[in-house]
Write a protein that binds this ligand. Sequence first.
Ligand SMILES: Cc1cc2nc3c(=O)[nH]c(=O)nc-3n(C[C@H](O)[C@H](O)[C@H](O)COP(=O)(O)O)c2cc1C
Length: 330
Amino acid sequence: MPHVSDPLVIRGQQIKNRIAMLPMVTFSFKGEDGNYYGEQHVAHYAAAAEGGAGLIILQSTSVVGVGRDQGMWTPGSQAALRRIAAAIRAQGATGMMQLSAGWNDERSPDAWSGAEIAALQEELRLAALRACALGFHGVEYHFAHGFTLCRFLDASRNRRTDAYGGAPENRIRLLTGILPDIRRDTPASFIVSARMGEYAPASADGVGLARLLERAGVDLLNVSFGMRMPEGPVPEGFAFSPVTCSAAVIKRNVGIPVIGLYGIRTAKQAAQLVEQGYADLVGVGRAMLADPRFPRHVLYGDPVNACLGCKRCSWFTDHTKCPARKTAQA
Ligand SMILES: Cc1cc2nc3c(=O)[nH]c(=O)nc-3n(C[C@H](O)[C@H](O)[C@H](O)COP(=O)(O)O)c2cc1C
């Protein structure tokens, strides 16, 4: 079994170790002059890169407006994103943008017109090319956590009867329909990941979708949860959460690398997840907010400034007020 310090090669791109910073919105940060991204984001992601993460997946960025240089893609935001990509590269790390279809659209997939779907797909495609041009090594499409793309994936939500609903092949078409174009227009090493859950709504659905995504050419699966968090139980002896168990289930069923995650707060957990073969990469979210040098500390056996698991960063608007971070030192 691999070690957490081992590199992982995806599409010829070497990820220098098995620790991935998970996408996390930085709710309190504001870019300058009305731009979404700015100096605070640059410093935040540069610190994560200096902290040793092999892979850094940026927070969810809505693709809406990408073709018009609007929304989260204004020229000012792009300038900050370019600096973030460069800061990640400067540490020999791999950087990816997470792309979503916006926050506020609570409609069911059935309510989308064909023209709206075509427009969204075009923005999903353009955003990947934009991320590539800004210097990122890849993109992750956010098909998890109940947001728009997730609802298209989940058979209980997506009741369309056209090419975007019904059969699993149709429910992933938003991505698979644009993947050949993305491949044509990006370097061979450009990584395309999907964030998804195992239950869509049943385990067999998620496993089937994961296999189809692999067959369609997706390079990496970041396995979190879909419409709802799984409640378990987990198999006897499995020392991680039901969300982490989903990654292990998906990993058993696909050949592409899988990110496993949830509640990883200690060096031992991070190492075990990879070394016991449950996942190829260990995803670390809140523990990176508590200690941006978490990867370095794990890799060099130094004490980790452990996340308290208080979930404040999830519900409050400022992760910099993390109670564990008060004591976080280099
Ligand atoms: C402050 C915060 C913001 C988050 N934002 C995103 C996001 O933008 N996209 C996403 O897919 N997940 C997001 N998540 C979920 C995390 O990526 C991760 O799955 C979750 O925190 C569980 O991992 P952890 O236990 O290591 O924190 C967020 C979580 C937190 C705490």
